[in-house]
Design a protein around this ligand. Sequence first.
Ligand SMILES: Nc1ncnc2c1ncn2[C@@H]1O[C@H](COP(=O)(O)OP(=O)(O)OP(=O)(O)O)[C@@H](O)[C@H]1O
Length: 346
Amino acid sequence: MTAPTGAAISIAGCGKTYPDGTRALSPVDLEVKAGETLVLLGPSGCGKTTLLRLIAGLETPDAGGRIAFDGADVTALPIEKRNVGMVFQSYALFPNMSVIDNVAYGLRVRGVATQARRAQAASVLAMMRIEALAERRIDQLSGGQRQRVALARALAVRPRVLLLDEPLTALDAALREHLRSEIDALLRRLAITAVYVTHDQAEALALGDRIVVMKNGAIAQVGTPREVYFQPADDYVAGFVGITNRLEGIVRNGRFETAAGILRVTAPDRAKARLLFRPEAVRLVSPADATLVFQVTQVEFQGPRQRVTLNAGDGTRIIAEAPADLPLSAGTAIGLVLDANRYSLA
Ligand SMILES: Nc1ncnc2c1ncn2[C@@H]1O[C@H](COP(=O)(O)OP(=O)(O)OP(=O)(O)O)[C@@H](O)[C@H]1O
């Protein structure tokens, strides 16, 4: 008997080369824990969907790859034998069928009797708070309603794994955020094991228990949202998850010296250094109180905060965040102070 690992899905040495020779995924090892939401994050073409489709059973991995659900090998099982629920960007609903028939569809395929499947579908609709839409046709629904129906349909079969491929991408910004927090609450309440594909870092940070940052068909980092944000494994991750400012210079006597000026740092001397920090890791002060002075080139008011683009005389560009009430406008000279412990030196 093997000891339980707590891994609902384990992926070992799974790569994918498509028949036309495209190597979409290098062999990866990954575990998804029971009940967690794992987000696959990365730019277009990095292999997120391919990895999701391997988990779903819509693709088979290259020779040697193995996928297990709760310790049982499913590598050779097609999607209909894996008990996964899937939600796509494009809804993939039946447009002429009613909402409740769409939601009950998977149960029908599994041979559940009419009464029972309608009752089960109705309870999922109630859970998603769309019971009032039960008899509507799909083509009479808004995008947000359709995506709720798609989610309800995926959940109706009580899948052991829920797989979501960019489910919010087709929706407008406000609805996307609203549905994102609904999905977050739902996944937590159901404690379902979920794998969620997105290229949107805000979505990944908000929804993921852990995030897998992908690059060119490989894994660049796996970590909690806080880990990938505050301790990015490399420049690629730092640049993809949030904004990272970079300054080149040297460290001498507790000072980082760059062409544009000087910042205080706690670090040993080094002849070649790169200072990395987030926009929120700085304070903007009067030029008289700083040893690094920039010119404001752009101010973007964001409600509670403002995002400020700064330029030094030598062309160095920095993005900083500042409280909304700090008077700033293009052309203002402003000093920059770095918060202690909120930067890294490479
Ligand atoms: N059926 C296929 N045949 C050949 N190449 C494919 C196939 N499906 C995907 N690819 C290629 O494999 C690579 C990874 O694609 P994949 O869809 O996994 O990326 P992705 O990160 O999900 O991107 P996107 O966000 O654009 O969907 C890409 O280069 C893509 O063109």
